[in-house]
Design a protein around this ligand. Structure first.
Ligand SMILES: *[C@@H]1O[C@H](CO)[C@@H](O)[C@H](O)[C@H]1NC(C)=O
Ligand SMILES: *[C@@H]1O[C@H](CO)[C@@H](O)[C@H](O)[C@H]1NC(C)=O
Ligand SMILES: *[C@@H]1O[C@H](CO)[C@@H](O)[C@H](O)[C@H]1NC(C)=O
Length: 562
């Protein structure tokens, strides 16, 4: 390793009790001053003063800092609080291959890619998965702390010595199936999009499809995709076919009928699926968007096994925004996925011409242009007694703003949608679900709360609550909002009333997942990033909670069977 080795730099270590008392005292004085200036009522001021004793250690710079090389090796080593809980199981740890060095090439790449400061915080932590015969909890409490020492601050232009890794966090998880064993052979999916969206890196669904249509190793999981491309040349159709087939996706690619308007093109997916030669082997014909994602395919298949596919069924979910129902009506909102049993698809196929007449198209226009979802609902409702069956674990995600409150709720969604930005949120579900390969489907977005008030929302974020977790983790945090007119309760009929957002309160800071990788040894690396100038992580006075950007790298170790 490299040229510059930083000298030990231990004076700020909180292991020094004198420094701890000094800083605590100083911070208490500062906090007292803050409350004198404010005009809070006495009771809440008292409550907050009590709550800030803990925060005092970390208000201005939420994490204790040290330069690499100066962190460990002193007498005593790791702190007392780092033990693994007495009743936590101890699976065989893969510790011999844990490395906690500073790979400066990689750190430099991340620093550039995520536009971090040249000097930033870097925390690497191993997590040992322990699969047990338990059921999925929305949040699992761990006896261990997330931080075992002061946080390293690295300068991207320097080199550092390798350090000893702290013991891994050990997390108990269920024995949920891995994506490699999901069986989608009872489903046929229809998606209509354009060749441009299919190939543009910002909108291409190819990576996401490899997650829920293959075993992750280049083989189909049995799911069949019918892809309809608008305005594609023959060679573009072939290109799409080759790209997907090479990745193991079982796909048929067609050109969609450009003479139809968008809503009718959407409806036209149904006869296309129904007329497909493989229809006889399928139970569910599914219409979705090119930004519909199924994070836990086996859970989805298990849920559909509970329905009677021989009956005429129309299964989907509403928009989360009651205004959208008032505006467009009561039907399945298609981005979440619309599931038709074969008898229902037959009904739509047989009535297709009448269902897409000019008159019907005009009726499907609620003032926002003709809607495919409405056309489908009308086609079914006006030609049968079949009515929508609600499956609320599917998500349309008609939400605006920061989606964290949704993804950090401990939820196990059966579908996700609207995650490609534009007016909607940006999320990276293909990266979020990497964890499922090492930990099982249940692990995606499952929460682990550590003894030092960190919550890992697995795959999405690592959040730190410097004033403690004194709110209801079972409620969605209202980091997002509905479209206008926002009454304040538009979303409550699906989400329940939401708890207040912690944005700009000084009570929460998060590192958000930007990339994840399944490594050759079967482990999964997750890279979480926080920016010092993130608009959300401010104190009430507008100052940043943390002056430094930061990277949290988690490496999840698979359970080993001797
Ligand atoms: C450690 O890594 C080496 C080389 O990659 C590998 O052969 C070995 O099996 C690994 N050990 C464990 C316990 O994973
Ligand atoms: C899991 O536990 C339940 C009871 O808690 C038991 O009935 C079942 O057999 C167990 N399964 C396995 C695989 O051990
Ligand atoms: C997947 O499910 C189908 C239909 O239920 C079944 O015939 C097939 O054997 C299953 N495949 C695997 C690999 O389990």
């Amino acid at each position: 390793m490299g040229a510059t080795i930083s000298p030990p730099h231990r004076c700020f270590s909180m292991r020094n009790p004198f420094a701890r008392v000094l800083i605590l005292t100083f911070a208490m004085i500062a906090v007292g001053g803050f409350f004198l200036r404010s005009d809070l009522d006495v009771q809440s001021a008292l409550l907050k003063t009590a709550a800030t004793a803990r925060e005092a250690i970390s208000l201005q710079s939420p994490l204790r800092h040290a330069e690499p090389g100066g962190r460990r090796g002193g007498a005593g080593g790791l702190g007392e609080q780092d033990h693994i809980g007495a009743d936590a199981p101890k699976p065989s740890l893969v510790t011999e291959n844990m490395t906690c060095g500073y790979d400066m090439d990689r750190l430099q790449q991340w620093q550039k890619l995520y536009r971090l400061q040249e000097t930033f915080e870097y925390t690497k932590r191993y997590v040992q998965v322990s699969r047990q015969n338990i059921s999925r909890k929305s949040v699992t409490n761990l006896d261990q702390s997330f931080l075992t020492d002061a946080v390293a601050v690295v300068d991207v232009n320097k080199q550092y010595e390798t350090e000893e890794c702290p013991e891994p966090l050990v997390v108990p998880v269920t024995m949920s199936p891995f994506p490699a064993t999901a069986n989608a052979s009872e489903f046929m999916f229809g998606v209509s999009t354009t060749y441009k969206r299919f190939t543009d890196l910002r909108t291409s669904p190819i990576n996401e499809w490899t997650y829920w249509l293959t075993d992750g190793k280049g083989n189909s999981n049995g799911g069949l995709l019918i892809l309809l491309l608008l305005d594609a040349s023959d060679s573009e159709l072939e290109d799409a076919y080759n790209k997907l087939t090479r990745l193991g996706i079982d796909v048929d690619v067609y050109r969609s009928d450009a003479s139809l308007i968008m809503a009718a093109r959407y409806l036209a997916i149904v006869p296309k699926l129904y007329q497909h030669p493989e229809r006889g082997t399928r139970k569910w014909l599914v219409i979705c968007d090119d930004d519909t994602f199924f994070p836990s395919f086996q859970a989805l298949a298990d849920r559909f096994a509970e329905y009677d596919h021989q009956k005429a069924m129309y299964i989907g979910t509403f928009s989360e925004d009651v205004n959208n129902i008032r505006r467009h009506g009561s039907q399945a909102f298609g981005g979440a996925g619309v599931f038709l049993s074969v008898p229902t698809a037959k009904l739509v196929a047989e009535n297709f011409e009448a269902c897409k007449s000019d008159e019907k198209i005009a009726e499907a226009n609620t003032g926002w242009g003709p809607q495919g979802d409405i056309l489908l609902r009308k086609c079914i409702y006006e030609n049968s007694e079949v009515r929508l069956t609600l499956l609320n674990d599917l998500w349309q995600l008609d939400l605006f703003g920061d989606p964290s409150g949704f993804y950090e709720s401990g939820i196990k969604p059966l579908s996700l949608h609207h995650y490609r930005g534009g007016i909607w949120h940006i999320a990276h579900p293909w990266h979020y679900t990497k964890i499922a390969h090492v930990c099982g489907e249940d692990c995606t977005l499952q929460r682990f709360q550590t003894a030092d008030d960190f919550v890992i929302s697995n795959g999405f974020s690592v959040a730190y609550y410097p004033r403690g977790i004194d709110f209801d983790l079972d409620q969605f945090e209202a980091t997002f909002h509905s479209a206008p007119e926002n009454t304040g309760w538009n979303l409550d009929f699906i989400l329940g009333p939401q708890r207040k957002s912690l944005h700009k309160t000084g009570r929460k800071i998060s590192w958000d997942l930007q990339e994840a990788h399944l490594n050759e040894d079967g482990s999964v690396t997750q890279v979480y990033i926080s920016k010092h100038d993130d608009w959300r992580w401010k104190n009430p006075d507008g100052t940043p909670m943390n002056d430094r950007d930061g990277i949290v790298e988690l490496v999840w170790l698979p359970e080993r069977h001797e």
